[in-house]
Design a protein around this ligand. Structure first.
Ligand code: BGC
Length: 667
């Protein structure tokens, strides 16, 4: 390595140039004088764009299940492995930093990018993001955590102001960033929107929290084209503007010359961009690709297996060998856009995808028929094409079971716009109902990236499998779950309410420049715990082909916090996996608190007829809330309950402890 250059070695002109990117995906290197960083999109695969002779192409890459699906695994191991595998994808393409993961909270089910985010719960989102980042960076590729902060809708995303009180920011919207920052991501990307009136690219107050309180020591990027005023952004501590914007740059230079930007302010950003380049140079020393493409595909398949959530099963699943199935719906033989969301995260497939009818034929040992029945369809009330399904009915009537492959896809869920409805396109709802009238044994497989309102058809079908946006390699996992080779173990990382109107944020959605987060802390199950009537499927819910019993809860004070242990027993004849969840409730709080909050979870393989002893650590902060009057985290003295459940609405075990003068005693 040549001598490390510091800001002192650069002219003011160089520093001004350094804090603005080089084109779309690079930082500047002054002809090799300093190391540069190459960045590319994630999070569900590498979307590397290359330009040759003025023509842009996207390089094909392994497509992993969407982040929503990853979260539905509730598996730290899947998140870590996905990060590790992605590192190899990046290394092969010379990418230093992956623009991922995003940890924005799912406040509203219509947010067009929900498929790119983990959860409605900050602990689950932050914990899995931590593993993903640590997996990626342990293999010497950097992560860029995004979008800081409160980017919870796509509507009017360049201007919308998210108006949020300080306590809610701390406990809900900052929290996943706080947890994920412990993995030391090399970068954080700011958001497009405004936060309480201030643009994400000028959000000094939040940047100070990141740097001074969360220990973030990397560089802060703008989101693409998000900077309005480069000078104001630099003053706030936004280190690099992406992509290069000539006008902004000229204005920055003029402002500097006019004395509107100090050398200290410029140097602070320039130093961090330099540091990032050197960090990338250091990481580039290890370009060893550890997993073959086939092994990475295996990671994607395994994640898909663990992510599938069995939502309804009136005894119809798993399908027995010899069952004559009829697959209906274009999602049975999807193209890339049908099992992934659209926008900057969309991955170019390596191969041709999958065919559910073929995969079922192999597993069931009989010929599975296929009827397209409907194409993507249009959203309720929009356009007219494809509104009536075309169902011949013969094959569906003759079959033992009708597997309807339905969903959304990139046409409905994409960056820069929100969904218009939580329902499936009308043509698909009609197809499900018509098929259910022809054949009483209908199983619906949903390929979607966010919560679906199923009220129009769910009572007419016997089974519902939420396959998520499973990506190119998810088909086998779906077929294996349907036929029982894989025992479903995914659980919902967000509440599926009956309808959009049941969400607390529904009435704050409109034609707007400002969105008031009136519900405060009551996001997701924190709201539905007090309003259970609106819930179709609760947070943390997912069926299995096994049945699990919970027993013997114990609490042990440990290192200032507590170790929670309990037994999970598999009562069935099949091996399975159970996601158990640990919630904390303050019994008589003196400030408003949600009924309970997730503070730990575990996913354990439990063999048929066997038991495992699960241990979950809670640190002292698990009991704390953000005290507005004291401007700090505070675990108030009082009694707390530890609730262990199979979902937010299915608590199996409870025990109490007391905190007094900062000391924890089991009651
Ligand atoms: C998205 C980011 C993405 C960037 C680069 C933006 O539009 O919001 O998430 O990383 O583009 O493609």
């Amino acid at each position: 390595m040549t001598k490390k250059i510091t800001v002192k070695d650069l002219t003011a002109e160089e520093k001004l140039r350094l804090i603005c990117a080089d084109g779309f995906w690079y930082t500047v290197d002054f002809g090799g004088k300093i190391p540069r960083a190459c960045v590319s999109d994630g999070p569900v695969g590498l979307r590397a764009e290359r330009e040759e002779n003025g023509k842009k192409t996207t390089l094909p890459a392994v497509s992993y299940p969407s982040v929503q699906s990853l979260a539905n695994t509730w598996s730290r191991e899947c998140a870590r492995r996905t990060g590790e595998a992605l590192a190899d994808d990046c290394k092969e393409r010379g990418v230093d930093i992956l623009l991922a993961p995003g940890v924005n909270i799912k406040r509203n089910p219509l947010n067009g990018r929900n498929f790119e985010y983990f959860s409605e719960d900050p602990y689950l989102a932050g914990t899995l993001a931590y593993e993903y980042i640590d997996g990626l960076q342990s293999r010497n590729v950097g992560a860029c955590l995004k979008h800081f902060c409160c980017n919870n809708l796509e509507y009017n995303r360049f201007h919308l102001s998210s108006e949020v009180d300080e306590r809610t920011l701390r406990e809900i919207y900052y929290k996943p960033f706080e947890i994920a920052c412990a993995a030391k991501p090399v970068a954080v990307m700011s958001s497009y929107n405004r936060i309480n009136g201030t643009y994400g690219s000028e959000y000094q107050k939040g940047y100070d929290v990141l740097r001074d309180e969360f220990g973030f020591d990397g560089a802060i990027y703008s989101d693409w084209d998000a900077v309005r005023d480069r000078t104001a952004a630099c003053k706030a501590g936004l280190d690099i503007e992406f992509p290069f914007n000539g006008k902004n740059y000229e204005k920055l230079v003029a402002d500097y010359k006019a004395g509107k930007l100090s050398d200290e302010e410029l140097d602070a950003c320039a130093a961090r961009v330099l540091e990032l380049g050197y960090r990338c140079e250091e990481m580039r020393r290890d370009r060893t690709v550890r997993l073959t493409t086939e092994e990475r595909i295996e990671v994607a398949k395994k994640t898909a297996e663990e992510s599938i959530v069995l939502l309804k099963n009136d005894g119809i699943l798993p399908l027995k060998r010899g069952t004559k199935a009829c697959v209906c719906g274009c999602y049975g033989k999807p193209d890339a856009g049908m099992v992934a969301g659209g926008g900057s995260s969309m991955v170019e497939w390596l191969g041709k995808g999958f065919s559910i009818p073929d995969l079922l034929s192999e597993r069931l040992g009989t010929e599975t028929s296929y009827e397209v029945a409907f194409y993507w369809g249009t959203v309720v009330g929009h356009g007219a094409y494809g509104c009536n399904p075309e169902i011949s009915g013969d094959q569906a009537a003759r079959a033992d079971v009708c597997v309807v492959c339905a969903g959304t896809g990139a046409q409905f869920e994409y960056e820069s716009a929100d969904r218009l409805t939580m329902k499936l396109p009308a043509v698909q709802e009609r197809a499900i109902c018509e098929l259910a009238a022809i054949n009483p044994n209908v199983v619906v497989v949903l390929f979607a990236g966010s919560a679906i309102d199923m009220s129009g058809w769910i009572d007419r079908v016997k089974g519902v499998v939420f396959a998520g946006f499973c990506g190119e390699y998810g088909g086998e996992a779906v077929a294996d779950v349907l036929c029982g080779a894989v025992n479903p173990s995914g659980k919902l990382s967000e509440t599926f309410a009956n309808s959009f109107e049941d969400y607390p944020s529904a009435h704050t959605y409109g034609n707007m420049n400002v969105v008031c987060y009136e519900e405060g802390l009551n996001v997701g199950y924190r709201y539905f715990d007090r309003n259970p009537a609106g819930v179709r499927f609760p947070f943390g819910f997912g069926l299995s082909y096994s049945e699990f019993a919970y027993s013997a809860l114990e609490i042990q004070p440990k290192d200032g916090g507590a170790e929670i242990s309990y037994t999970v027993e598999n009562l069935s004849l099949r091996d399975g996996k159970e996601v158990s969840q640990v919630y904390v409730r303050e019994c008589n709080p003196l400030v408003y608190r949600p009924v309970k909050e997730l503070k730990g979870f575990s996913k354990d393989a439990v063999k048929s007829g066997k038991k495992v002893r699960v241990r979950v650590r809670l640190d002292f902060n698990a009991f704390a809330h953000w005290s507005v009057s004291e401007d700090r985290w505070k675990a108030a003295d009082g009694v707390y309950e530890i609730l262990v459940g199979a979902s937010a609405a299915d608590i199996r075990l409870a025990a109490k402890l007391e905190i007094s003068d900062g000391k924890l005693t089991v009651l």
